[in-house]
Write a protein that binds this ligand. Structure first.
Ligand code: ADP
Length: 499
């Protein structure tokens, strides 16, 4: 093996070749500084391997490659059908490599292997196939004004994109960014999160195998403040797409202002779940449990604020606790029985534990969990599923995004109060409403300030459906037909047919 491709054996015995370089122009290369960083297994706190970290100079080289590819053959004349073929080919290769990708994801991120295999990877495949379908349907309009004028629009690629993604769904977030970008004929420099660099590099080998022309997709690992900042501020990048924290989103927006980049941001959330007296409680419990505890609570739309109408409050809390006990099995992510893996890093572990202390000191009731959980080897960033009740609206645990297996449950009296309190947040990413009353369901869905409202379910996003936030939860939409708008630029052509 070369020093850019390592033979690794995952904890489940899988042997595979892991690239560790920067992927530029379809080749893996070392970084200009030679700097590497470690990526660790959050379930055991041990190093998996080291990968190269991009410098600002490396980002510049990748941007030049992306710029060149944008206007050169063979990409230039591939056209929609050609790009569709590439997207389908990528989807085929992901399906063929599902076991490897799920194993890497489980190892590097700590999410249960079966969740990676049956949730993340199929969603990645679906995303590529869905946008493959759009690649030859990127069309403009003809606009009628007067007989002497022909006016039409052309939807052109935005150009060179910079895409910065988080660690909670590494390969899925890469797919959400890359698939529409490629469908619309752009090129990209994508930076995975430094906590989870491995699956995107493995994915890079599939990009090459699929026949994507060199320079179209460049994948550079590195630190946010170096490589991420170099992307966000680069003067020859036309668009930046980011998923991550609101604070980083703000910084990226400032940096992107240097050349007024087209920008799309998907940032934080504190998504409410409203459970009305007339809800099917067993179903509400099932969905809200999944909504907050899936992926160890590390989902942007996690329903971390659960508001329950007073008539069913006690019943809901009891059944919710019972479900957490029965379903959220903590353990080795490679075990088939595990539902609940570790937090991603020591820093996230500390952050969540800090909020547990905050909840206690502010006077909320710790109804369940609130303690670290050590895996069999006494290691791992595990936190037991945590529930606080008697939470007041001014408590930090009620207002701030925690990003852990941690929810607050509070009671409300009227629908009006529920809506007011649901909207009393700086965020607006997702919300769910549980009721069997049809009129109430739609009335509340309209009244809630958020990018998505689920009626009688939670966090079950779909590649065909626009996804994004209002308020501090972001700008723009990904997925669905609306997701194309982020990756195309509209040109209007006026043709004078008169004198
Ligand atoms: P989290 O706090 O959940 O780790 P971040 O918003 O810090 O989320 O990280 C999401 C992505 O943004 C990662 O790829 C990270 O490297 C990148 N990032 C972090 N800080 C910056 C920054 N100042 N400029 C550009 N990218 C950044």
């Amino acid at each position: 093996m070369s020093d850019l491709l390592l033979e690794l054996t995952a904890p489940n015995g899988l042997k595979y070749s892991q690239p560790i370089g920067l992927f530029i122009n379809n080749e893996f290369v070392k970084s200009s500084t030679g700097e590497k960083f470690a990526t660790i297994n959050p379930a055991t706190e041990t190093d998996i391997t080291h990968v190269y970290a991009a410098s600002a100079d490396d980002v510049d080289v990748a941007v030049k490659a992306a710029r060149k590819a944008l206007k050169s053959e063979p990409y230039k004349s591939l056209g929609g059908p050609g790009r569709a073929r590439l997207l389908h080919k990528i989807a085929d290769l992901i399906e063929q490599n599902a076991h490897t990708l799920a194993s890497i994801e489980c190892w590097d991120n700590g999410k249960p292997y079966l969740h990676a295999l049956y949730a993340d990877v199929p969603m990645v495949v679906n995303t590529f196939r869905y946008f493959a379908g759009w690649a030859d349907k990127i069309q403009g309009d003809m606009i009628e004004t007067k007989p002497t004028k022909l006016i039409y629009t052309i939807r052109e690629p935005v150009g060179v994109c910079g895409q910065i993604i988080p660690w909670n769904y590494p390969i899925l977030m890469a797919a959400w960014k890359i698939a529409p970008m490629l469908a619309c004929g752009n090129t990209t420099v994508l930076k995975p999160a430094e906590q989870t660099p491995l699956s995107a590099l493995y994915f890079a080998t599939l990009i090459k195998e699929a026949g994507v022309p060199p320079g179209v997709i460049n994948i550079l690992n590195g630190f946010g403040r170096v490589a991420g900042a170099a992307i966000a501020s680069h003067l020859d990048i036309d668009k930046v797409a980011f998923t991550g924290s609101t604070q980083t989103g703000r910084e990226i927006m400032k940096m992107a202002s240097s050349n007024l980049k087209n920008i799309s941001l998907e940032t934080g959330g504190k998504s409410p779940s409203l459970i009305f007296d007339d809800a099917d409680i067993a179903s509400a419990v099932k969905w809200t449990h999944q909504g907050i505890m899936f992926n160890a609570g590390q989902t942007c739309t996690a329903n971390s604020r659960i508001l329950v109408q007073e008539g069913v409050y006690e019943k809901f809390v009891e059944q919710f606790k019972e479900t957490v006990k029965n379903v959220s099995k903590i353990g080795d992510p490679f075990e088939n029985t595990t539902y609940h893996g570790p937090q991603i890093t020591q820093a996230q572990f500390d952050r969540v534990m800090g909020y547990i202390e905050s909840g206690k000191s502010e006077g909320a009731t710790l109804a369940m969990g609130g303690v670290p959980h050590k895996n069999i080897n006494g290691k791992g960033f595990y936190i037991a599923p945590t529930i606080f009740t008697d939470v007041k609206d001014h408590h930090r645990i009620y207002r701030e995004e925690i990003f852990g297996p941690f929810c607050v449950i509070s009671s409300f009296v009227t629908e009006e109060e529920a809506i007011t309190r649901a909207n009393d947040s700086t965020y607006g990413l997702g919300a769910s409403v549980f009721t069997e009353n049809l009129k109430r369901a739609h009335r509340v869905a309209r009244a809630i300030e958020s990018g998505t409202v689920w009626i009688n379910s939670s966090i079950d996003s779909d590649f065909r459906v626009p996804f994004g936030g209002v308020k501090l939860s972001g700008i723009g939409r990904e997925l669905g037909e609306a997701g194309l708008a982020s990756y195309t630029s509209m040109k209007s052509v006026h043709v004078n047919l008169g004198d």
